[in-house]
Design a protein around this ligand. Structure first.
Ligand code: APR
Ligand code: PHB
Length: 393
């Protein structure tokens, strides 16, 4: 492939945000070049959450990559909240008329990568030293090195889809950006294994030893998490130790049904809430983890990224037809939805985890809230409405 020297939208980052943006823009007749620092295999090796809201499902369909998701994904009508050794079902479908789709982010990424390759759209993996220029004017450009050569691509817009540690947000002048952040005093240790899931729906458990989550990727592949100390190392945990800890945090009858087996992956991730405002700087638009991070409780990360690029793709297509209205309102429209998802993810995290510093009073508050939820249809509706996803706006 010869690397183009000009495009309409230069997308930095081939995670789900960058790939989905590219796929939607292709549908709308807008040219893109995608630059990714890592290799395609590295990107596909990252294991992340796997619950898609209807808005994300609809966008993947619109992008023309929904076929395998509908064939292999698992529609879920509810999930369980577990505390005091009891499971309580939140009936998403009865409460909201909506459901969620369990389909791993790795699979979403693979489907988008395959579609981009099949359409012959330009992508540069292993692009080194990406730098972004001129986005405060009408002629931005991006420079990088690839296979020993230096390249420059001129564009109309740069889409910063390069994740939390990317170069795009970091290139914005300090005075132009405001950051809001909360780091939680614990992490999640996750284990992926080819064993059937313990239940056909997800279980979120509040336990005195810490939070646990039973999730899945398919009828034969399970994903489990346990809350752990921030400085915990997955290599120090045998698979057996993980399974034992998980089972201790579940009711005995549920624990007895857990199928254990060798892990395919085991890792520790920190939990963070983060928002950068605004999400637009002249001709540089941020989307996905580049602009905001949620803790994984509630699985909003990928859904927020999809919502951003849904709005951004329409705004950029409108711009190519002569209207800047969508670009001008992009940041404000995204942030309205982002802050609501930040609130829900923070609240659900606060409800379900053991906090080292809130003491017995904090635990009593959690317990009272959990009891209130299981006795109140109004409280369950509020959870369900947020879990299935708020409208794109
Ligand atoms: N140049 C090019 N690419 C870069 C650079 C850079 N300087 N820095 C980072 N990247 C790439 C990363 O290697 C990664 O593949 O940008 C991509 C960002 O992808 P994600 O981190 O997956 O972020 P995003 O696409 O916004 O995903 C949002 O998916 O990954 C999850 O936790 C995330 O759930 C959230 C959702
Ligand atoms: C996952 O399957 O990885 C997952 C599911 C739900 C969450 C977080 C992670 O809330």
């Amino acid at each position: 492939m010869t690397i183009p020297t000009r495009t309409q939208v230069l997308i930095v980052g081939a995670g789900p945000a960058g790939l989905l943006l590219g796929a939607l823009l292709h549908r709308y007749g807008v040219d893109t070049v995608l630059l990714e620092a890592r290799s395609a295999d590295y990107v596909l090796g990252r294991i992340r959450a796997g619950v898609l809201e209807q808005v994300a499902v609809d966008l993947l369909d619109e992008a023309g990559v929904g076929e395998r998701m509908h064939a292999e994904g698992l529609p879920h009508d509810g999930f369980d909240l577990c505390f005091d050794g009891q499971r309580h079902r939140i009936d998403l479908h009865a409460l909201t008329g909506k459901r969620v789709m369990v389909y791993g982010q790795t699979e979403v990424t693979r489907d988008l990568m395959d579609a981009r390759r099949a359409a012959g759209l330009p992508s540069v993996y292993e692009a080194d030293g990406v730098s972004v220029h001129g986005f405060d004017g009408a002629r931005p450009s991006v420079r990088f090195h690839h296979q020993g050569a230096t390249h420059e691509i001129k564009c109309d817009f740069i889409a910063g889809c390069d994740g939390f540690h990317g170069v795009c947000r970091a290139s914005v002048p300090e005075a132009a950006i405001q950051r809001y952040e909360k780091v939680y005093p614990f992490g999640w240790m996750g284990l992926l294994a080819d064993v059937p899931p313990v239940s056909h729906e997800l279980i979120y458990a509040n336990h005195e030893r810490g939070f646990a989550l039973c999730s899945m990727r398919s009828a034969t592949r399970s994903r489990y998490y346990v809350q752990c100390a921030l400085d915990e190392h997955a290599e120090r945990w045998s698979d057996d130790a993980f399974w034992q800890e998980l089972k201790r945090r579940l009711p005995p009858d549920t624990a007895a049904q857990v199928h254990t087996g060798a892990s395919i992956e085991k890792s520790v991730a920190p939990l963070r809430s983060f928002v950068a405002e605004p999400m637009r700087f002249g001709r540089l638009m941020l989307a996905g983890d580049a602009a905001h991070i949620v803790p994984p409780t509630g699985a909003k990360g990928l859904n927020l990224a999809a919502g951003d690029v849904g709005l951004l793709s329409r705004a950029l297509a409108e711009f190519s037809r002569g209207s800047a209205a969508g670009i001008d309102s992009y940041s404000q429209r995204c942030l309205q939805r982002v802050w609501k998802a930040e609130r829900f993810s923070w609240w659900f995290t606060s409800l379900m985890h053991r906090f080292p510093d809130t003491g017995e009073f904090g635990q009593k508050m959690q317990h009272a809230e959990l009891e209130y939820i299981v006795g109140s249809t109004a409280a369950q509706t509020a959870i369900a409405e947020n879990y299935v996803g708020l409208p794109l706006g």
